[in-house]
Design a protein around this ligand. Structure first.
Ligand SMILES: [Zn+2]
Length: 307
């Protein structure tokens, strides 16, 4: 009997250990909310990267290169922030030059922005013999019609880019704005409250998308989590990694996440939305409102603080 239990444990343990996630962090070098102080930006970046390294999270950062320029000149300080990512052995991807919205832009303009947005990132990666290969759509706007989506996909393929989807979409940016405002007011109590509520919200979001993935595919996809390079995450990304670890997650690269065949699920419905790829696949398979029930709410006071 004991042997049978042991055999069952051995059989089922790998399934439990198969929960995997890639942390993807947008709007590099930093989301500074207009704090141009270089010490602030350096500390934010260093904290974020130290926590990722400490928790062995092979994250990828997506760059808006307009932040690397002052007028038409390269700003070496901003480039040095980005170099910290490469030095920490993390991947970088393209997030367009100026965070352009594809819903309001032609492919012609958008394509030029993608190419304009790769110059410095490509150089930094090339110094480490790494290619620039991933693209993340700002606002997760990937084309509001089949024609527009397909033409962008063709453009990206021609320029050797791989699309970086998101399965765990969330409102980290709202908590981050509230947190930033509390930081400016030096309100430590409020900052701690927002931090704690952020972690509890993010755990609920994780469970929500686990449930959707199981309902749609019968199993948990290798997730891609969307985050932003802001002060809140620089203070809390270590604790967020602990939340994921406590839920049985292993941290993987984007390349490994995308090896999950579920990412090949076709998308046949298009809209102006910036939603999780799980939602896109579910809509494409005809799922209605009921399917999406239970999305975790943002606390009322966070919404108030961001007004
Ligand atoms: Zn962005």
């Amino acid at each position: 009997m004991f042997k049978l239990i042991l055999a069952l444990l051995i059989c089922f343990t790998p399934a439990l250990a198969q929960k995997k996630v890639c942390f993807t962090i947008d709007d590099l070098p930093v989301v500074s909310y207009s704090i141009s102080d270089s010490a602030f930006q350096r500390e934010l970046t260093t904290n974020l990267l130290n926590k990722l390294t400490e928790h062995k999270v092979p994250a990828i950062g997506f760059v808006n290169e307009f932040k690397l320029y002052a007028d038409a000149n390269v700003n070496p300080f901003q480039v040095s922030l980005l170099k910290q990512w490469v030095d920490a052995n993390l991947e970088l991807g393209n997030h367009t030059y100026s965070h352009l919205d594809y819903n309001n832009t032609s492919l012609n303009t958008y394509g030029k922005e993608i190419l304009k947005g790769e110059v410095q990132t490509r150089k930094l990666l090339a110094a480490r013999n790494k290619p620039l290969q991933y693209f993340r759509h700002p606002y997760l706007h990937a084309g509001d019609s089949k024609v527009k989506s397909d033409s962008l996909e063709r453009f990206l393929k021609t320029h050797q880019y791989i699309i970086a989807p998101v399965t765990i979409d969330n409102a980290d940016y709202l908590f981050a704005l509230a947190y930033h405002r509390a930081y400016v007011k030096k309100d430590q109590t409020l900052m701690s409250r927002i931090g704690a509520d952020y972690l509890s919200y993010m755990e609920k979001v994780l469970h929500y998308f686990e449930t959707l993935s199981a309902a749609l595919f019968g199993r948990n996809i290798h997730h891609t989590l969307l985050l932003h390079a802001n002060l809140l995450n620089s203070h809390y990304i270590g604790k967020l990694a602990e939340v994921y670890a406590r839920n049985g997650y292993e941290f993987i690269t984007l390349e490994e996440a995308l090896r999950d065949k579920l990412y090949e699920t076709p998308i046949t419905k298009f809209g102006r939305w910036g939603i999780s790829w799980i939602d896109r696949w579910a809509l494409s398979q005809g799922k209605g409102n009921d399917f999406f029930k239970g999305e975790p709410a943002i606390p009322v006071y966070i919404n108030e603080l961001t007004k």
